[in-house]
Design a protein around this ligand. Structure first.
Ligand code: HEM
Length: 402
């Protein structure tokens, strides 16, 4: 039975960002789904939903559910944000529209075609070197190493200073959540190491290597489509949103393939299933499990009355296993039709980088499937603890070459 509070709101009295929830993500997801279509989380004072249909309603209606007040816990118009809000993620039309248009073009399938060979070659090179070693950490040495090489190269970031990318991204994804110990620890590292200064430098046009996504974004500014300041902010969006998400997405897919040997065999038998395996991995465990909106005025959602300027947290990972939407949701099945999982969001803010993420993952999983016969665990995997992300920062393995 759903519990309610004095205001007759259905409530979910847990901490979704607490250690226990992070250690038991599937139980958290189930609790969110079972709390009802929408429930109030008293610990933080936001609404939560983990049902596919309800989440779609929120995503589809930016007039009722705005991004401009921030897509994390902070209301960026009322409270001090940790940085200037994004001109794409944390914006509604009309500000969102031209910025989105530019990034969509820079990251279109046609634009990415020229990267395919480079990504494949880099993945083959990395996997060959790892197979040679036999024992390694497939999270750190591959799922991390690959996106941290190819994405900054594609954007046109200088080779120097890239050690700042991971701490910055970690802070970004902690800052979306509560200002807890994880956030403060991540912030301290960034402040002590000059990371903010690095990011500011990398957003500037003169520091971008010509020919990459970054200089293409600035070309749109020169053509008058967006301002130069917006171009810099879009470069920052790559640094913030484009790497860790892919890292954990690839790691999750690899772990799921290791845990489900029949699925690994299916992939080996047909490496063209690499993209499908990644997609099913994203459904199975969303690397970015939650995204929020804020109500612009009092409104009703799934029969529940919400107030104005209240946060609604959409638990994408819970919806991806919603039994009303998915048959046998707990099975990892790379041949499943995964269209409609919510790990990239949907609506006007649906992940603009999803094609790059797919291209990266396809290169890595395809290379593994062709070059490795077995991936055996060689130690306990270690989960990552970041408020807004899920995945592994360590998966020790031993491989048998193909
Ligand atoms: C597996 C990897 C990824 C996942 C799970 C992921 C997840 C998401 C999600 C859930 C959203 C929707 C946010 C919202 O509705 O408020 C989003 C938006 C976005 N993503 Fe990704 N992302 C991934 C990879 C990437 C990559 C590789 C890039 C850049 C190359 C990127 C850049 C962005 C940007 C700029 C937005 C904002 C789009 C907008 O507001 O219109 N993402 N992503």
């Amino acid at each position: 039975m759903t519990m309610t509070d004095k205001l007759d709101r259905p409530i979910l009295d847990i901490d979704p960002f607490g250690r226990e929830s992070m250690d038991n993500p599937l139980e958290l997801d189930r609790a969110i789904r079972e709390a009802g279509p929408v429930a109030w989380v008293p610990k933080y004072g936001f609404w939560i939903t983990g049902q596919d249909e309800v989440i779609r309603e929120v995503f589809q209606d930016w007039r009722r559910f705005t991004s401009a007040m921030g897509t994390g816990l902070t209301n960026v118009l009322r409270e001090e944000p940790w940085r200037t809000p994004s001109v794409i993620l944390e914006a509604d039309p009309p500000i969102h529209t031209p910025n989105r248009k530019v990034l969509s073009r820079v990251l279109s399938a046609a634009a990415l075609r020229k990267l395919t060979d480079d990504f494949r070659a880099e993945a083959e090179r990395m996997v060959d070197a790892l197979v040679e070693r036999r024992r390694f950490d497939i999270a750190a040495d591959l799922a991390f190493a690959f996106p941290f090489k190819v994405l900054p190269d594609a954007v046109g970031l200088q080779p120097e200073g890239r050690q700042h990318l991971m701490p910055y991204s970690t802070l970004n994804f902690n800052a979306m959540g509560p200002k807890n110990d994880l956030y403060h620890a991540a912030r301290k590292i960034v402040e002590e190491n000059g990371t903010f200064e690095y990011v500011a430098r990398q957003m500037a046009e003169e520091n971008l290597i010509p020919g990459g996504f970054g200089s293409e974004i600035y070309a749109a500014a020169h053509a008058g489509e967006i301002t130069a300041a917006e171009a810099g902010m879009l470069v920052r969006a790559f640094i913030s949103a484009g790497i860790d998400t892919t890292v954990f997405g690839i790691g999750i897919a690899i772990k799921a393939l290791m845990d489900n040997p029949d699925q690994w065999e299916a992939l080996r038998a047909d490496p063209s299933l690499a993209r499908a395996a990644f997609e099913e991995g994203l459904r199975w465990m969303a690397p970015s499990p939650v995204i929020g909106r804020t109500t612009t005025a009092p409104t009703t959602l799934a029969g529940v009355q919400l107030g104005g300027e209240e946060k609604v947290m959409m638990w994408l990972s819970a919806a991806n296993r919603d039994p009303l939407r998915w048959e046998n949701p707990d099975a990892f099945d790379i041949r499943r039709r995964t269209v409609g999982h919510l790990s990239f969001g949907t609506g006007i803010h649906a992940c603009v980088g999803q094609m790059v993420a797919r291209l990266e993952a396809e290169a890595v999983l395809g290379a593994l499937a062709r070059k490795v016969r077995r991936i055996k665990p060689a130690g306990e995997p270690e989960r990552v603890y970041i408020n807004w992300l899920r995945g592994y920062h360590s998966i020790p393995v031993e491989v048998v070459p193909a």
